[in-house]
Design a protein around this ligand. Structure first.
Ligand SMILES: Cc1ncc(COP(=O)(O)O)c(C=O)c1O
Length: 423
């Protein structure tokens, strides 16, 4: 499961020393472990204990085609949030019949492309969207299968930006309006109402939060059945949290307390699956982070140490344009040197080169002392890392490398300044 480990004092990805990868491909650099991707997929699948279900990998977490291909080969379908993601999923060999399309703002051309491709279902979020989809499906002489996303008004905890099922959030239709909307949608000529969908947020670490959502969905389905609305599909969404703190341990790196004990997607899924199965619906989930977060690291190089009256800054060559999670969500990534040798620990802000005070990876973080030219790894950076990267400050996006045993393959070239300069 843990494919990034220290072999003595050298941080490895599977059998490859990460320092060699950083030197070969340059930094900032995303590095993924194939075995980790496969293990995470398999652990999620095992959590269903043989019960029928479908896992639609949320492509938004990481849309690298080589990684998507691996995930598809493990039997996962894909949940896409745009026509771009639809194309990547299809190009990665995921069959359209295993693709769902979620999102609050699907454009007409995106719906048309998805209908023409023959995707499994649209997770729809408003009556106006359903009307538009009905019209497009009519024009295309097709029926669009839909699941209605319901807003359960549940606080998923964590950062407000990744909580999606509070009544003030833009997502879904209030659960109490769902009967009326579903009944109306069932009357539309080109809409095939299949079920309901819920996704309450991301990086949820508490099993009780998922249990609350599962209970709410089970009772909603029961109420709908009493009202004569019988549904066949239930998509529980994603959001299964992962351990970021203290992911990697070594006597020479500071101890960090994990978010929760035994935190894993498999444990969270096992908590809710029996309840969801009671509905006798076709069950599906949309895991993103829990598939890919642990499978990737971001490597950066120390440019400068800078001591001021108040602070020690370690300035590195990667910034918020390469990994925005700390700046955007105050997200935590464990940061460790690629080579460990006996040295003191110190407290530092680990910051990027961009012209923003928000351009940091860690504030007042205890780390082993590092010098100019050394490499650092930001752990658990596989999800919402590269996909959220940008060209801010006209910085080319980093390269991506996949390690498989002792081999390493470039799976996305580093962007060039010429590319970002193109008209
Ligand atoms: C509709 C939907 N499904 C699934 C996901 C994946 O969430 P996570 O990566 O937390 O599993 C998201 C993420 O925002 C989402 O919006």
């Amino acid at each position: 499961m843990q494919e990034f480990t220290y072999s003595d004092t050298t941080l490895m990805a599977e059998s490859v020393p990460l320092r060699a990868v950083a030197e070969e491909f340059g930094t900032p650099l995303y590095v993924y472990s194939k075995r980790s991707v496969l293990d995470h997929c398999r652990n999620i699948e095992r959590a269903f204990e043989g019960h029928p279900h479908m896992s639609f990998y949320a492509v938004k977490a990481n849309a690298n085609r080589a990684l998507l291909r691996l995930i598809g080969e493990e039997g996962f379908g894909a949940d896409v949030g745009s026509v771009g993601e639809l194309h990547v999923a299809l190009a990665a060999g995921i069959h359209a019949a295993k693709i769902t399309f979620s999102g609050v703002g699907k454009r007409e051309d995106e719906m048309t492309a998805a209908l023409r491709a023959g995707i499994h279902a649209f997770n729809v979020e408003s009556t106006e969207e359903i009307e538009v989809l009905d019209a497009i499906a009519g024009h295309e002489k097709k029926k669009a299968r839909i699941l209605l996303r319901v807003n359960l008004d549940i606080d998923a905890g964590g950062h407000a930006y990744v909580s999606t099922s509070l009544k003030q959030n833009k997502f879904g239709i209030p659960a109490r309006q769902s009967a009326e909307v579903l009944r109306w949608a069932k009357g539309l000529a080109h809409i095939d109402v299949r079920g309901i969908h819920s996704h309450i947020g991301s990086q949820i670490t508490k099993a009780e939060t998922f249990l609350r959502a599962a209970e709410a969905l089970v009772s909603l389905l029961r109420e709908l059945a009493v009202a004569g609305i019988h549904l066949t599909d239930l998509d529980f969404g994603g959001g299964f949290g992962v351990q970021y703190r203290g992911y990697i341990a070594h006597p020479q790196i500071p101890v960090e307390e994990p978010e929760e004990l035994n935190l894993s997607a498999a444990t969270l899924i096992r908590t809710v699956a029996p309840l969801l199965r009671e509905t006798n619906c076709r069950l599906s989930i949309q895991p993103g982070r829990s598939v890919i977060a642990h499978a990737g690291v971001l490597l950066v190089k120390v440019l400068y140490r800078k001591q001021t009256e108040d602070k020690l800054f370690v300035v590195v060559d990667g910034g918020m344009n390469d990994l925005i999670r700390p700046s955007l969500y105050k997200a935590y990534h464990q940061i460790v040197p690629l080579e460990l040798f006996a040295r003191e620990q110190e407290s530092a802000d680990i910051v990027g080169p961009l012209c923003e005070s928000g351009d940091f990876f860690a504030i007042d973080r205890r780390i082993p002392r590092v010098e100019r030219g050394e490499f650092l790894a930001l752990m658990c950076a596989g999800a919402y890392g590269y996909v959220l990267s940008s060209n801010y400050n006209a910085r080319p996006r980093p390269a991506e490398v996949l390690v498989d045993g002792s081999t390493r393959t470039l799976i996305r070239r580093r962007e060039t300044i010429e590319q970002i300069n193109e008209a």
